[in-house]
Ligand binder design. Sequence first.
Ligand code: ZN
Length: 163
Amino acid sequence: MSTLKYIAGYPQHVQDQVRALLDAGTLGQVLARRYGEGHAVRTDRQLYDYTQQIKERYLRSAQPLHKVIYDAKLQVLRHALGTHTAVSRVQGARLKASREIRIATVFRQAPAEFLRMIVVHELAHLKEGEHNKAFYQLCTHMAADYHQLEFDLRLYLTQLEQR
Ligand SMILES: [Zn+2]
């Protein structure tokens, strides 16, 4: 029996429940019922604007976003549900730190709520590098249902791979 890598960090009884849904072939339906709605954030420009809107609303004081793009080479799990790079550029005489956010292309087709979740995750990294308590507080500040969304995203990715 293969391990379900996206939910390997969750308690065994949770993994067993997911395994049962997978075996019954109903995980996809369960998710589709809850997350039926897609989104129209297709281009990198749209992704930047979408991310910037959430940042303006919740994280105004964080450093400016330099770039936000979809990246086909990103693997969601390996890069800890997205990636975040601090890029230092020399601008005139001073060194200016700017931030870029890369979002795995799987989110281009994913339900709207999962795009929102991953963008919130990456925005929180503007202030917190680690997945610590302060990090998750930022996430739930931007999306009150963050923990449920992250869990369901892991189910969604699990289900995509099993097809
Ligand atoms: Zn992260």
